[in-house]
Design a protein around this ligand. Structure first.
Ligand code: UDP
Ligand code: MG
Length: 327
């Protein structure tokens, strides 16, 4: 839950050092325009700018493009050994932020997060907010089915978890140094970033933006990836799916006890009747289904415990390229 609003007075702090974290996966076509524009925009607001680009195992020539860009622009490129996903890429970027950096901006490389919004983000940060996040005004770039599923997911997560995840807010965020420190303390491997931003707390404010069309390439988030992310979100922040089986079990047991009582009375009053074949079949299949479902949900949590206890790092960086090396 957000902290109560703080008194807004003229800028409380000034931005000296800004870090930008850009996760990229097959963005070779966008990067040559994106990086220069990003740096030009950020220079309006801070004197020192660090740009950390994470190549999330791209299969196009993103790495080559990054090396070319490094000849001209100061940027650090973390090259993953394979595709680990955007959440892992953001985690890697955050762990490399210079502790001296006043604030850190997370944004996509496909121009869907308008660079023109950076100014308003910084303004809010200067007013004292520790986290400024972008909220999409509409999401026409996704099929209606996906949009409906995502609305359902947010409603569900609102109800069953103690954290409040703002709808339509993504990873387009400006984080204060303290927030970055807090996020870096979280060691879980299955990282549902939207949940973690909410979980760490701090004072937050939203900036509405209209996502632009993806300039080149296409979104790499299919239905399966989104469902996986939704399950990670729910299982990382709620125990309700585990607990509800106790309630369902109690209800079914009570009903069956009542039914047993009814049969006893029925037998005592009317004598032995031929037992209902249909009732038995329905009871067996219904309970069988419920049991399998509950085992499946248990399995989801066990799988996540398994992932955590293995203690594998969430990503592997195969190379770190700095501008000095490329020159
Ligand atoms: N991305 C990534 N790893 C992935 C998928 C995407 O780092 O496995 C990056 C991608 O290059 C882009 C950002 O994450 O900078 C958002 O991805 P995309 O545009 O595909 O998603 P959408 O805009 O549809 O949410
Ligand atoms: Mg995009």
């Amino acid at each position: 839950m957000d902290r109560p609003e703080i008194a807004i007075t003229p800028p409380i702090r000034t931005l000296q050092h800004l870090t930008c974290i850009v996760p990229v996966y097959n963005e070779a076509e966008n990067l040559p325009q994106f990086i220069p524009q990003l740096i030009t925009e950020c220079k309006k607001f801070a004197q020192k700018i660090d740009v950390i680009v994470i190549d999330d195992g791209s299969s196009d020539n993103t790495v080559q493009v990054l090396k070319e860009l490094q000849k001209e622009y100061a940027l650090t490129a973390l090259i993953f050994s394979r595709n680990f996903g955007k959440e892992a890429a953001l985690t890697a970027g955050l762990s490399r932020v210079d502790p001296q950096s006043d604030a850190t901006l997370l944004l996509d490389a496909d121009f869907q997060h308008p660079l023109a919004c950076i100014g308003s983000f910084v303004e809010q940060w200067q007013q004292g907010y520790e986290m400024v996040y972008g909220v999409r005004l509409h999401r026409k770039d996704r099929p209606i089915m996906l949009r409906m599923l995502s609305t359902f997911f947010y409603k569900l997560i609102d109800r069953i978890t103690p954290i409040e995840i703002p709808h339509d807010a993504g990873d387009f965020r400006l984080l204060d140094r303290d927030v970055v420190l807090a996020l870096n303390q979280l060691t879980e491997r299955e990282r549902f970033m939207k949940g973690l931003y909410a979980w760490v707390g701090f004072s937050k404010t939203a900036i509405a933006y209209v996502p632009e069309e993806r300039q080149q390439g296409q979104s790499s988030w299919g239905l399966k990836k989104l469902i996986d992310l939704a399950i990670t979100g729910i299982t990382s922040f709620s125990n309700l799916p585990l607990r509800m089986w106790s309630v369902i079990g109690a209800v079914i047991s009570t009903l069956s006890l009542l039914y047993a009582l009814m049969i006893v009375l029925d037998t005592l009053i009317y004598g032995v009747d031929l037992p209902g074949y249909a009732t038995i079949t329905v009871a067996i299949t219904f309970l069988g289904g419920i049991q399998l479902l509950s085992i499946g949900i248990l399995g989801e949590y066990i799988a996540r415990i398994f992932t955590e206890v293995k203690q594998r790092p969430p990503y592997i960086i195969s190379r770190v390229l700095t501008s000095e090396q490329s020159k």
